[in-house]
Structures are given as C-alpha cells and as structure tokens.
Design a protein around this ligand. Structure first.
Ligand code: FAD
Length: 239
C-alpha cells in the first residue's frame, strides 16, 4: 500500500470509526437443580428494578427453547457488562443470586453453573455490535464502509439499514463481495488490454527498418514506443 493511502486511513477512516459507537450486550446463563420461577403463557420474561440502572434487570427462562434445562438468562449491557467481565464468574454468580433471592425468596437453590460471555475483552470482538449515535449522518457510515485502496470493509456496522443485526452482516457481506468481484473484473479487463499490447510488440518489432532508431532502446520497448507515439498503427504492424 502507498504511504499516502496509509495516511488516508489514519485520517477519514479512523475518524469515522471513532464516531461509530459500539455496544456490549451480555447474556449470562445460570443453571439450577430445579425450577423455582413461574412458567407458562405470558411468563417467559421478568424484570428486576434496582436503584442502580441496568443492574441484573432483564431475565428470562429457557423452558420454551430447552424444556427441562432449568436455565435462567439475565441480560446486561455496556457499563454493567464491562463491570462483570472484569470480575470472576463466582462473584457474578453471587450477585445474581442476591437479586434472585430478592425476587423469589431466600429458599431458592444456588445455581450449579454459570456462563459469562466476554464480548468486550475478546480481542477479536471488542464489543457485541455497532450502535450509531441518534444524531448521525450518512457520511459516517459511507466512510466506514468505503474501501481504502485494495482494502475492503464489511460487516453489520457497514449496513446502512440493518446495522447491529445478523441480517445486516449477511447483506453487507453479499454487497461487499459483489464490489470486490467487480473490482477484480475491472483489473482483469485492464490486464487483458495490457497483455494484448504485449503480444503485439514482437509483431511490431518485425516491421522496424531503422536500426539506428533502436540502438539505444531495449528491443521490446521500440514497437510500444512507436505505437504509443502514433508513428506506427497496429494494422500496419500486423500486415
Ligand atoms: C450477545 C449478543 C446477542 C445478539 N443478539 C442478536 C439478535 O438477537 N439478533 C440479531 O440480528 N443480532 C444480534 N446480535 C448481533 C449479531 O451477532 C452481529 O450483528 C453479527 O454477528 C455481526 O456479524 P459480522 O459478520 O459483521 O461480525 P462478527 O459476527 O463479529 O464476525 C467477525 C469475525 O471476525 C473475526 N475476527 C476479528 N478480528 C479478526 C482478525 N484480526 N483475524 C481474523 N478474524 C478476526 C471474529 O472472531 C469474528 O468471527 C447479537 C450479538 C451479541 C454479542
């Protein structure tokens, strides 16, 4: 890549990336020896109100998806996600149990297992998905998805309509794939054109009669130079 292109990335591309906010969305799974929560129609989700915003607020059970699994899921976001990612799973389990006992009473059993995904600390993720600011303009997303030289950018964050979603990533991948193919085809057409000229060069060389004119040049350069300077046309050379 050219040095100027690298500088280019540093400027408008990184500025756009910095303007695109990202979200951390954490679903914590807790397994229990038995169910103690209500199930049935209209009873899949429950909400806990704590004075601290976002503190183990959204809960749901997995009975509908995995009957008999005895699993509860609690969803945390952003600051709370980052906080629990930085502590041990045991501490997180203790916090969650205090919340559950507040809701369902002190008799409920302890969780036997916990899964805490770490989307923020995963170096290949660093977040869960993009979350463009409410007041944003098309220029930001255009700059985020614009290629820099031969480097192309894709993913849910480059989808104008569906950023943040799986189908956004899927559609953006298809769109970028098509663009890459189109660029390759352009390159191939360009190369074909150059190859045609290259194939003609030996033929053009055969038509040269002025030995002096070629003495200072590489033999292959001569016909190309004559052709490019308009002194010799392709039909003449072929004849
Ligand atoms: C907890 C959670 C819940 C979600 N819920 C929903 C939902 O209900 N509905 C919905 O539509 N969307 C949901 N999403 C968002 C959805 O998962 C993303 O929008 C989607 O996965 C983005 O797809 P992507 O291909 O753009 O990026 P990703 O799926 O992030 O794929 C990028 C890939 O690149 C890899 N990678 C990164 N860096 C490198 C590197 N240097 N070298 C090699 N590989 C690298 C990563 O490991 C990853 O596999 C959720 C996301 C999370 C985290």
């Amino acid at each position: 890549m050219l040095h100027s292109e690298i500088l280019d990335i540093r400027r408008w591309k990184t500025e756009a990336i910095e303007k695109c906010e990202v979200m951390v969305y954490t679903k914590i799974f807790l397994k229990f020896p038995n169910k103690f929560w209500p199930c049935g129609p209209g009873k899949e989700f429950f909400i806990y109100a704590h004075e601290r915003r976002g503190y183990y607020t959204f809960w749901h059970h997995m009975e509908n998806a995995y009957p008999g699994s005895n699993i509860l899921v609690v969803t945390l976001t952003n600051d709370e996600s980052k906080r629990v990612e930085s502590q041990s799973d045991e501490e997180t389990m203790k916090e969650a149990m205090v919340v559950l006992r507040d809701m369902y009473g002190p008799e409920i059993p302890d969780a036997t297992d916990i899964l805490v995904p770490r989307w923020w600390n995963n170096r290949f993720q660093r977040c869960s998905y993009s979350n463009y600011p409410m007041i944003s303009n098309n220029q930001v997303i255009n700059d985020i998805k614009a290629p820099v030289g031969r480097i192309f950018f894709t993913g849910e964050h480059t989808s104008e309509r569906f950023n943040g979603y799986v189908h956004g990533g899927h559609l953006a991948g298809i769109e970028t794939g098509k663009t890459v193919l189109e660029e390759r085809r352009k390159d191939e057409r360009q190369n074909d054109k150059q190859n045609q000229n290259f194939l003609l060069e030996p033929l053009l060389a055969l038509t040269l009669t002025q030995a002096d004119a070629v003495s200072s040049l590489h033999k292959c350069d001569v016909p190309a130079q004559l052709y490019l300077s308009g002194k010799l046309g392709i039909p003449e050379a072929i004849l």
